[in-house]
Design a protein around this ligand. Structure first.
Ligand code: FEO
Length: 403
């Protein structure tokens, strides 16, 4: 794939990583690969905004060479230190020896520790501008979206927002624009990305988007550093505002694991009850379901039920990472409940409820527990439990109401 002109004299010079299947230390599955997007602005001054993962440095430089000699680059903008975007910085900086490296005030420590460039860095605060000739690059810090150093770069005259991680998707494609790909694929990856990376910072997202608009930044196009570029950015901006508010669909996700099958029977009966009330439900056995996908599904649903057999007076260890993710990702406004079977003594349901409360979910008024193998009467009670949960879910207001 060659360079791609995003808008006049602005080129995508990044790299597509077709092979990567996990991110952030195996906590995020990238079933569809990803891309590391970098953009070259060829004005009187040449600016490169972001770089790529270090394994792709040669690809970036080859794409730059199709436009200008790398030695001519005047500025390398580091919107974010994380190494998927800056990993090739040492090599790119060596190829562009006179380039000034521009970053947010929080970035130099990370850049120096990772790359030891032996070069002065130019820090820019919100509102700072670089005149490139006919164009102006303006910077806006977006701390904690999703790192303290994060910032975005705005090409004022073109109304092009180079948004780094924000509005991204882990999606490898031969296409560079969202509008050239099936919307359900792009949005599926965009929401998974939001749920797994940005959800803990939803309050900031809600504040920052209007703040940026008030600064006169109203992009015609948003070009993130992963995935495809939004030619019609209102779609993704509206989705972010909706997701940040905690809006969710009227459906339930049932997460469970089972030791000898009793909790599985319960899970199926609970689902039967939920569905009987007209609420769609998704049944996911945790050890055979991808962790990042589970988070996406829970994020999208108003209701979540977690079930486990009891072992060592607690839940099955297979559920532990999922409960940790739910606590860490701080989804808003979910109605939640626990269920599970036990043999000699219980404990799983209590442990699950503690974790659900810690995650900020509103606990449904009851749980479902039973000893040994469920009989018909037990399963009927599980169906009723599911029905009652579904009724409560219909009344439950998603969003900020749980905290
Ligand atoms: Fe926060 Fe795509 O790195």
């Amino acid at each position: 794939m060659n360079k791609v002109e995003v808008t006049k004299d602005v080129y995508w010079v990044g790299a597509v990583d077709w092979d990567v299947r996990s991110f952030h230390g195996f906590t995020y599955s990238t079933h569809r690969g990803t891309s590391y997007n970098a953009y070259l602005i060829a004005d009187e001054k040449i600016a490169l905004v972001d770089t790529v993962h270090e394994a792709f440095a040669d690809e970036l430089l080859a794409r730059v060479r199709e436009i200008v000699a790398p030695e001519r680059i005047d500025y390398i903008v580091v919107n974010h230190v994380e190494i998927d975007h800056s990993g090739s910085l040492r090599e790119i900086a060596a190829a562009a020896p006179r380039a000034e490296i521009v970053c947010s005030p929080r970035a130099p420590e990370g850049i120096q520790r990772y790359f030891r460039l032996g070069r002065e860095l130019r820090t820019v605060k919100t509102g700072a501008e670089l005149k490139l000739g006919r164009r102006t690059l303006r910077f806006v810090e977006i701390p904690m979206l999703h790192w303290p150093d994060s910032m975005v770069s705005y090409l004022v005259e073109d109304r092009l927002l180079l948004s780094n991680d924000a509005f991204g998707q882990h999606l490898a494609s031969s296409q560079r624009f969202a509008e050239d790909i099936a919307p359900e694929i792009v949005m599926d990856e965009a929401v998974k990305y939001y749920a797994n990376i940005l959800a803990p910072f939803s309050n900031l997202v809600k504040r920052k988007i209007p703040e940026i608009v008030e600064m006169g930044i109203q992009p015609k196009m948003i070009a993130p550093s992963h995935g495809v570029i939004w030619k019609n950015p209102q779609t993704i901006v509206d989705a972010y505002l909706r997701w940040a508010s905690g809006a969710a669909e009227e459906r339930a996700v049932i997460l469970y694991d089972t030791m000898w099958g009793s909790t599985q029977l319960m899970a199926r009966a609970v689902m039967e009850g939920i569905v009987a009330e007209g609420v769609p439900a998704l049944l996911l056995r945790v050890p055979v379901t991808d962790r990042g996908d589970i988070m996406k599904e829970v994020f999208l649903a108003k209701g979540v039920l977690v079930g486990s057999s009891t072992i060592n007076n607690g839940m099955l260890p297979t559920l532990a990472p999922i409960m940790e993710d739910l606590v860490g990702l701080k989804f808003k406004g979910k109605l939640a409940a626990a269920f599970g079977s036990f043999g000699w003594g219980g404990g799983a349901v209590t442990e699950i409820e503690t974790a659900l409360k810690k995650a900020g979910f509103r606990l449904f008024g009851s749980n479902a527990q039973l000893k040994w193998r469920p009989d018909e009467a037990d399963l009927a009670r599980c169906v009723s439990f599911g029905r009652e949960f579904a009724k409560a879910l219909k009344e439950h207001k998603a969003g900020d109401s749980t905290q």
